[in-house]
Write a new protein. Structure first.
Length: 318
C-alpha cells in the first residue's frame, strides 16, 4: 500500500490517502471527503502513517501537474505568502479540477479552438547578419557564462544579451533554456523574427514554447503572424475563452499537441510538459504583475522555472 498527500479544494491542509497502486505525482484524482465525493491533486508520497487512511478512487488526469510545477507552486506559496491551493489552481483551473466535461469531440479527438483563427499570408524573411548573430548567440549560450553584442541597422541601436550557463550534464536539455537574455530593440527592429526562429527550433525538437505578451487585445498582428506559421500547433490563452475552448486548450497543451502557447501572464501557468523556451515580449510592462493573490510577477516566476530546469540559481533583476 502506498500513501499520498492530496490537496483538496477548500481544505487548508494536505490530507493523506492510500492507494494499492502507484499514482504519478501531480495527478488529478477522485476520492471522498466525509460523505461527499471530491477531486484533489496528489502532491507527494509519504511514509506509512500511524492512522487509518481512506483509499483514492480513481486517477482522472495523470500528471496534471509535473513535479517541477509542484515544486514551483511550493516556492510561490512561500515567496508570495499565498496558500498552496491558490498557486496550484493557477495551473489547474476550477473547470479542469471539477472534471465534469469531456474535452473530446464526438469523433473522440481534441479540437483546436485556434485552428481557424484569421491569419495573414506571411512569408519567411531571411535573417539579417545582425539577427542571425543574435539567434546564434542564444542557441549557443550553453558554452559561455555571459555575452553581449552591439547591433545596428535592422535591429537598430543595441541588442544586449546576457546569458548564464545551462546544465551541461543533461544532454536532453536545450542549452539556451539554461540562460536568460535581454533582447533590446525598438518597434519594427526585427525581434519577432528572432522569436520565430527560436520557436521553430523548438518545434523541430518537439519542444513547447511559452510566448507572453502584455495584453492580448493589443497584439492582434502578433497573433496573426504566429497563427500563420503554426496554424495547428498554437494555443491562444486569454480571459475571453469559453469554458469549452479553455478545456480544449488545456488538454492540447497537456498532451503536447500545442507547441506554441501564446498569451498574457496566465499562459505561463498552462500544463506544459516539454518546455524549450519562455519569451516575455515587452517585459517591462506592468501587466505582468498579478494584483490578486498570489501577487506574482510573471518575469520572476519565469526565471524560477528556467533556473529549476537548468539546475542553478535564478537571474538577478534586469
Amino acid at each position: 500500500m502506498k500513501y499520498y498527500q492530496v490537496l483538496i479544494k477548500n481544505v487548508p491542509q494536505l490530507l493523506t490517502y492510500q492507494s494499492a497502486e502507484k499514482v504519478p505525482m501531480g495527478s488529478l484524482i477522485s476520492t471522498t471527503l466525509g460523505k461527499r465525493n471530491t477531486n484533489g491533486i496528489v502532491i507527494s508520497e509519504v511514509p506509512t502513517p500511524e492512522y487509518e487512511c481512506i483509499s483514492l478512487q480513481k486517477v482522472l488526469i495523470p500528471e496534471a501537474l509535473s513535479p517541477l510545477q509542484i515544486e514551483l507552486c511550493r516556492w510561490m506559496s512561500h515567496y508570495y505568502f499565498a496558500s498552496l491551493q491558490r498557486c496550484v489552481q493557477l495551473f489547474v483551473p476550477t473547470i479542469i479540477w471539477n472534471h465534469k466535461r469531456d474535452p473530446k469531440s464526438k469523433d473522440g479527438e481534441l479540437i483546436n479552438p485556434d485552428a481557424n483563427r484569421p491569419s495573414k499570408p506571411y512569408h519567411d524573411q531571411p535573417l539579417t547578419v545582425e539577427q542571425k548573430q543574435v539567434l546564434d548567440t542564444i542557441l549557443d549560450s550553453g558554452n559561455q557564462q555571459q555575452r553581449s553584442l552591439r547591433k545596428n541597422e535592422e535591429i537598430k541601436k543595441q541588442a544586449c544579451l546576457s546569458g548564464r550557463q545551462g546544465n551541461k550534464n543533461d544532454s536532453s536539455f536545450p542549452r539556451f533554456l539554461g540562460s536568460s537574455f535581454l533582447l533590446h530593440g525598438i518597434t519594427g527592429s526585427g525581434k519577432t523574427e528572432i522569436y520565430l526562429q527560436l520557436i521553430k527550433k523548438n518545434v523541430q525538437e518537439n519542444r513547447q514554447t511559452v510566448l507572453l505578451v502584455p495584453e492580448i487585445a493589443l497584439t492582434t498582428e502578433l497573433i496573426q503572424y504566429f497563427s500563420a506559421h503554426f496554424p495547428d500547433q498554437i494555443s491562444i490563452i486569454h480571459s475571453r475563452l469559453t469554458d469549452r475552448e479553455r478545456i480544449q486548450s488545456w488538454h492540447r497543451i497537456h498532451q503536447g499537441k500545442t507547441k506554441l502557447i501564446l498569451g498574457s501572464r496566465s499562459a505561463l501557468f498552462t500544463p506544459w510538459k516539454n518546455l524549450g523556451a519562455i519569451i516575455i515580449d515587452e517585459e517591462h510592462e506592468w501587466n505582468y504583475k498579478q494584483e490578486q493573490s498570489p501577487r506574482y510577477h510573471a518575469k520572476t516566476v519565469a526565471e524560477q522555472i528556467v533556473s529549476r530546469m537548468a539546475g542553478h540559481d535564478p537571474a538577478v533583476e534586469t
